[in-house]
Ligand binder design. Structure first.
Ligand SMILES: [Zn+2]
Ligand SMILES: [Zn+2]
Length: 399
């Protein structure tokens, strides 16, 4: 187990790594400079290192001094297309890009965990896989890394996986929260194209008008939520975009809807998708129009294994003290591609507060905001938390 004190000798190095990453944010799956900084920061540690082929990932394996299973720690590394307005001295030097979700802290924190665990390598009963991941913000980098074998990087399937995410709002610096079961929503995007037959606005009987069908679809989609979804296992369906037509006296040929869907369990995810498709097809049939439904499932529900979540809460309490750790009362509506990892192996996803002291957590700018500020000290805390989870999990497996 590690405590905040263990990270102190590393703090300066990790914070300057964090600042270097923050000044030079990169987007998506291609993060060559970030990858170079990570490789340099790991240099000299007793790690087996591999890099991705379809993305600029880094996978590092630390072999423990004693036999045992392997566990995985993940840090995502990508930034966002946001113009930074944090006013911090280490602010982004690349226009229109910002580490607005704190992934610079995750990256530096995972480097810190590698240093901490390497320092106690002889005691470790098993191996640790460090997963440095590009492309969390929509590109599904975790899925690509799974396809490239990250879960088996130690030679056998990892028995558990953990990730920590920092919060610029709501959670004061150093507080840790997670919960058994669902922590984050599944997110889908649906593009609906309705095609009729265009004509003159004065003579609708000679055309097939897609507009009334589209209008009915917008309201009927809400009944999928209110009439088919359990009120205690909710879903959100939002029609964020509706487009048809160009003039008052023209019946358009077609029109489109764009819909975002969130759900918090696999069962509801299935129900809401089936309901949306059924309602759209039924309304299209009723109006004699054609409907094309492009249903994209982006990220699945992020679900903590209940045993691993309890274990992670226990480890966090041991490292940080009872008063800094709590069970999150409910999931959050964001989504995460660590869900792909947790679909394969049991594990837990934890939130770590990074609101700078003196800033009101309830009103601090949130993750993805141009004004979001994540306190530097969260880097050391993330390193300690990740390293403790790996060390404690291997120790538990050895008993
Ligand atoms: Zn984000
Ligand atoms: Zn994020």
């Amino acid at each position: 187990m590690f405590s905040s004190l263990d990270a102190l000798p590393l703090a300066e190095r990790l914070i300057s790594l964090r600042h270097a990453l923050h000044r030079e944010p990169e987007l998506g799956l291609d993060l060559p400079r970030t990858q170079a900084k990570v490789l340099a920061a790991l240099d000299g540690l007793p790690l087996e290192i591999g890099i991705g082929t379809s993305l600029t990932s880094v996978v590092a394996v630390l072999r423990g001094g004693r036999p045992g299973p392997a566990v995985l720690l993940r840090g995502d590394m990508d930034a966002l297309p946001v113009r930074e307005e944090s006013g911090m001295p280490y602010a982004s030097e690349i226009a229109g890009r910002m580490h607005a979700c704190g992934h610079d802290i995750h990256t530096a924190g995972l480097v810190g965990a590698a240093h901490l665990l390497a320092g106690r390598r002889a005691e470790l009963a098993g191996d640790v896989v460090f997963m440095f991941q590009p492309g969390e913000e929509g590109q599904g980098g975790a899925k690509l890394m799974i396809d490239e074998g990250v879960l088996d990087a130690a030679g056998e399937r990892v028995v558990a996986a953990y990730a920590v995410h920092v919060a610029a709002t709501a959670l004061p610096l150093g507080l840790v929260a997670t919960r058994p079961g669902t922590v984050l929503a599944a997110s889908d995007t649906v593009t609906v194209t309705v095609t009729g037959r265009g004509g003159h606005g004065s003579s609708p009987h000679l055309a097939v008008d897609p507009v009334p069908a589209l209008a009915e679809m917008v309201t009927a989609l809400q009944t999928v939520v209110t009439r088919t979804i359990d009120a205690f296992d909710p879903a959100v369906v939002t029609v964020g975009s509706i487009h048809a037509g160009s003039a008052a006296n023209v019946i358009p040929e077609n029109g489109t809807l764009q819909v975002t869907v969130r759900s918090f369990s696999t069962a509801t995810h299935r129900t809401v998708r089936a309901g949306i498709e059924r309602v759209l097809r039924g309304i299209a049939d009723a109006h004699g129009v054609r409907v094309d439904i492009d249903y994209q499932e982006n990220y699945p529900v992020t679900a903590n294994d209940s045993v691993e979540a309890d274990f992670a809460l226990r480890v966090a309490r041991e490292s940080f003290g009872e008063q800094r750790v709590f069970v999150a009362p409910r999931p959050m509506a964001g989504s995460e591609d660590f869900s792909f990892v947790l679909d394969e192996v049991p594990g837990a996803y934890l939130m770590l507060g990074a609101v700078p002291p003196g800033v009101e957590p309830a009103t601090a700018p949130m993750n993805h905001s141009p004004q979001a500020v994540f306190d530097d000290r969260a880097v050391g805390e993330a390193a300690v938390l990740l390293a403790s989870l790996a060390a404690a999990r291997l120790r538990e497996a050895a008993q």
